[in-house]
Design a protein around this ligand. Structure first.
Ligand SMILES: [Zn+2]
Length: 136
């Protein structure tokens, strides 16, 4: 069984199209100017339908995480894996796996700097995170 892939909606199509180009973008309200996530048809703060996008720095920190020992679809062969909340520098929180790091509570720490990376899943590209500077 393969890992899950996105099923884009009109509200998320832009996000997934940019992810295929290995870019992380965030919805931004054109009325109140606030960022939000996940993408939706109207602003969760002021209900405006004037939604634009900004490109994220892709940098953030691990705010919280668990090590999951009960594999979801497509994860059975890799053993326990981290599911983290990453707080982006832009103040937006994303759920993500953590790649390119040992999947243990000693290797992963709260506050650890991370950066976006992209995982290919068939024809899809999934924004994920890894320790900052892992590619250097
Ligand atoms: Zn708004």
């Amino acid at each position: 069984m393969a890992k899950p892939v996105p099923v884009p909606t009109p509200e998320t199509q832009f996000y997934w199209d940019r992810a295929k180009e290995r870019e992380l973008w965030l919805p931004k309200c054109g009325n109140c100017g606030r960022l939000h996530f996940s993408p939706r048809a109207f602003c969760p703060f002021c209900s405006s339908v004037d939604i634009g996008w900004i490109r994220s720095s892709g940098r953030g920190t691990v705010e919280s995480f668990i090590i999951n020992h009960t594999p979801g679809p497509g994860y059975a062969e890799q053993g326990p894996y981290a599911i983290a909340f990453v707080l982006l520098d832009e103040g937006i929180r994303l759920a993500s796996n953590l790649l390119e790091v040992e999947q243990t509570p000693t290797a992963i720490t709260i506050g650890m700097p991370v950066e976006v990376t992209f995982e290919e899943r068939g024809e899809w590209t999934i924004p994920q995170f890894r320790p900052a500077g892992a590619a250097a």
